[in-house]
Design a protein around this ligand. Structure first.
Ligand code: AHR
Length: 519
């Protein structure tokens, strides 16, 4: 039996512990939103996508051809167009990936029946007939109202082929390439801003050293122009593989700042690279391991940014995470080179936490591209014949699009841990912003697979008091949408919060994503 004196000391001890860990008296994590006018704007381009000539992303994904019975616009499925418009995708990276450094753009223009074929040497060795080429892609971007990001060939190209590509899409008329474009049915230039100068040059782009690539990059970038002398091109150097900090260091050191606008970074989430496991059948150990690699993005962004700060204290060069997402074994019976995988609540956790990291680092991170849009890796859309489904990742991206171009509200908190097998991860991930209409949005993720977590948002600095909420959650973390049950997981209205004077208290169920809107 404990006596009165002992119980008072226990209460006091718990209370002090609560204060030290940033918890309120009801054991909620206290989040303080700061109305900092100097905080960066979250670039909408953080919510970008990526479509490679890989497996069923372009062919039998986006593109079914003009003669398909599936309703389409110039061969692109209308249901995909509608879903991506709804998502408000800000940019789309194309045509690779590794495919980019094998792609010769002139093979994909002109009458489709005259286009030469090639073998897709990286992805399944299938024959690529080039029926979806530059006009098809750039017209699709116009239909979607999204900005194209052309990842152009350096690894197996020449400076001439590369610069002619820039001229073909961007010269206003009266040049050899603009005339060729005109002959192919397009008089007006497209004015493509975002250009990738090769992809994964440390690997499939040519197995280069960073020193060698930095020189090659300088050469290619020198001849790139938007042909107006105002040079609005945004040139993105092929960036580091995960924690290869030396790569970023050399690029930032050796490339003059007048030749570069962005440096890329690629990082995927998985259980183990050598043993990825199923996308839908996984245990807690595998879930925890995947989340560990996903949350590593915070450290990667911090450390790559530190190097960039050293060489670019004025913050002129952006960090572009142009490939990220979950990577598992392909679905049974599908081509191993096609990277087709399902998408569960685990992927919703990867999406929610990663986007929060990008939002919170929006000073340096100005663009990111989820890999990949349709039928490949952490896709937002899956198709089967004429059927289409939206994945949990799609719903997270849509819930989060309220952050597009909104001002970041920096947050400080010390949250609870998610513990498994003696290891811990932060259970909570949060970011917040204020949009042009004064609406405040807070996106919260609880990755804990078993425990709910309580949060108390301190609103003193914001002067808002009315809230609405949306939640993405499910009974099991392996749950997903199928072609027979495409609406198994959809966002729902969320009401499990209490608004008090200057605070709002929320209980976040295990493995859930919540977005609150306050005014
Ligand atoms: O997204 C799949 C592949 O992953 C890309 O082609 C490549 O850039 C990366 O290694």
């Amino acid at each position: 039996m404990i006596n009165l004196k002992q119980s008072i000391s226990i209460v006091l001890f718990v209370f002090i512990l609560g204060i030290q860990s940033g918890n309120s008296q009801n054991n909620a994590t206290v989040l303080t939103l700061k109305n900092d006018k100097s905080a960066p704007v979250i670039s909408k381009h953080i919510y970008g996508h990526f479509a490679e000539h890989l497996g069923r992303c372009i062919y039998d994904g986006f593109y079914v051809g003009e003669n398909s019975v599936i309703p389409n616009t110039n061969g692109v499925r209308n249901d995909i167009i509608a879903a991506l418009k709804e998502l408000k995708i800000p940019n789309l990276r194309w045509p690779g990936g590794c495919f980019a450094d094998t792609y010769h753009w002139k093979d994909g223009i002109g009458p489709k029946e005259d286009r030469p074929s090639m073998v897709n040497r990286w992805w399944g060795g299938v024959v690529e007939d080039n029926s979806f080429g530059t006009h098809d892609f750039l017209e699709l971007c116009e239909v979607l109202g999204t900005e194209p990001y052309l990842a152009a060939n350096v690894g197996s190209s020449t400076v001439q082929e590369f610069t002619e590509y820039v001229e073909y899409v961007g010269h206003k008329g009266g040049s050899p390439m603009a005339d060729l474009r005109n002959e192919n049915g397009r008089e007006k230039p497209w004015n493509v801003t975002y250009w990738g100068v090769g992809n994964e040059m440390w690997g499939c782009g040519g197995n280069m050293t960073p020193e060698y690539y930095a020189n090659i990059y300088r050469q290619y970038a020198t001849f790139m122009t938007d042909w107006t002398n105002s040079d609005k091109l945004f040139r993105i150097a092929s960036g580091a593989n995960v924690a290869d900090y030396h790569w970023t260091e050399v690029l930032m050191r050796d490339i003059p700042k007048n030749l570069i606008e962005g440096v890329a970074l690629h990082s995927y989430s998985f259980v183990k690279w050598e043993k990825k496991g199923s996308s839908t059948k996984f245990n807690e150990e595998q879930y925890f391991a995947t989340m560990k690699t996903a949350l590593r993005m915070e450290e990667l962004v911090n450390k790559h940014s530190d190097i960039m700060d050293k060489y670019d204290p004025e913050n002129k060069v952006a960090l572009i995470v142009d490939e990220w997402g979950g990577w598992y074994d392909v679905e049974e019976g599908t081509n191993p080179g096609f990277l087709y995988q399902q998408n569960t609540m685990r992927d919703a956790m990867i999406a929610g936490t990663t986007l929060n990291i990008f939002n919170n680092h929006s000073k340096r991170v100005k663009m990111a591209n989820l890999a990949q849009t349709v039928n490949v890796l952490q896709a937002v859309i899956l198709t089967e014949g004429d059927k289409m489904l939206l994945t949990p990742t799609y719903h997270v991206m849509k819930m989060y699009n309220v952050h597009h171009d909104a001002q970041l509200l920096p947050i400080s908190f010390e949250g609870p841990a998610y513990t498994y097998g003696g290891e811990t991860l932060p259970a909570l991930s949060v970011s917040a912003s204020k949009d042009k209409n004064g609406l405040v949005h807070v996106s919260l993720v609880n990755i804990d697979s078993k425990k709910e977590n309580k949060v108390e948002i301190d609103l003193k600095e914001l002067g808002i008091g009315k809230f609405t909420g949306t939640i993405l959650t499910s009974a099991k973390v392996e749950d997903h949408n199928t072609f027979n049950n495409p609406k198994n997981i959809v966002p729902k209205e969320f009401k499990n919060f209490k608004v008090k004077k200057n605070t709002v208290e929320i209980t976040i169920p295990p493995f859930s994503v919540i977005v609150l809107e306050g005014k």
